[in-house]
Design a protein around this ligand. Structure first.
Ligand code: PSU
Ligand code: MN
Length: 314
């Protein structure tokens, strides 16, 4: 063995809560949940109630929730009440993508994990199913800003099943789907032949594959493993119910306003997504928040059912 590899520590992965560790050891269903949506994606103080509600929804389906975050420089999967409260309070809580993890660990920072950081840490912990609201993606005006979420690149090299309601409609949806194709990330519609539009049931784009049952998703996951090859993700695109979606006309109008406002202010980088989400909540009088929550709730329930089907696989 070379001197280098002899001295390199083995990757340790996040610290697991006792509940998550036991579930992993016993092969019980576990669903990873991200924390950026709590800290930076939802208004306080509702966000803490939502975080607790999402964990309860996973439990009600017989699965264990594993919310991921970095607390005082330590990565965790499975947070206790105090830790969840700290993440929701938001004071000094950074937004951490995958690339930010080394800096956060080295400096003792506290941060909420995005899809990229959560997927990375969850996979390290041996978790296979992860549910969130909307995936990051290619932003409008990409040709100039080069703003593409690190979520996509990370999913191209991480074996995880991500349940989401599509990508946030603030993004360039066709370009995001194209990037996922180029990167070789599998995308499947759950009960739909349309790619969902986060706040809307239909983004206007089609999907190539459709499944109707958690067991079908588990079979696809098994097929991914049987094939081997690049350790890429499976994106399960689960639409919000039409009854719960945002009014499409209202959606298009306030979204155009939000994008204009972000451009006028020169908002860039990590601040873009939280700015747009917050603008939409205010401009719709909270209606976008309700649609957002309905989508996330549906996703964590489906995530729990997929995790159960995966745990029960032959
Ligand atoms: N979807 C939401 N709310 C959010 C996000 C997604 O409904 O807050 C977060 C996710 O954590 C996602 C991140 O990974 O936004 C993408 O941010 P960026 O565009 O900076 O990569
Ligand atoms: Mn970005």
């Amino acid at each position: 063995m070379s001197q280098h590899s002899a001295s390199a520590p083995r990757p340790a992965g996040p610290v697991l809560s006792e509940e998550v560790r036991e579930a992993v050891e016993q092969g019980q269903p576990v669903v990873a949940l991200e924390s950026t949506i709590i800290t930076h994606g939802l208004p306080r103080p509702r966000n803490l109630a939502v975080a607790a509600e999402l964990e309860a929804a996973v439990r009600a389906e017989g699965a264990v929730p594993a919310t991921v975050a970095v607390i005082d420089g330590v990565a965790h999967a499975g947070l206790d009440k105090d830790q969840l409260e700290r993440i929701a309070a938001g004071e000094g809580v950074r937004k951490l993508g995958h690339r930010d993890l080394p800096a956060a660990l080295a400096t003792g920072a506290t941060g909420a994990t995005t899809v990229s950081a959560t997927a990375f840490l969850a996979a390290r912990a041996g978790l296979r199913v992860f549910a969130t609201g909307g995936l990051g993606g290619v932003h409008r005006g990409y040709a100039q800003s080069q703003d593409e979420s690190a979520d996509l690149g990370l999913l191209a090299r991480t074996r995880i099943t991500l349940v989401c309601a599509g990508v946030k409609s603030i993004l360039d949806v066709p370009a995001t789907l194209q990037r996922l194709e180029t990167l070789g990330v599998a995308v499947v519609g759950y009960g739909t032949e349309r790619f969902p539009g986060f706040y809307l049931a239909d983004s206007g784009e089609p999907v190539d594959w459709t499944v109707h049952r958690p067991e079908e998703v588990a079979r696809m996951m098994a097929a991914q493993d049987a094939l081997g090859g690049p350790e890429s993700a499976l994106v399960v695109a689960n639409p919000v119910a039409e009854a719960d979606q945002l009014d499409p006309q209202l959606h298009d109008r306030v979204l155009a306003e939000a994008l204009d406002e972000a451009r006028r202010r020169g908002t860039t980088g990590q601040a873009v997504t939280p700015f747009l989400l917050d603008h939409l909540v205010r401009a719709t009088g909270g209606a976008s928040l309700e649609a957002n929550l309905a989508a996330v709730r549906g996703n964590v329930v489906l995530g729990a059912r997929i995790a159960a089907a995966w745990a029960a696989r032959p």
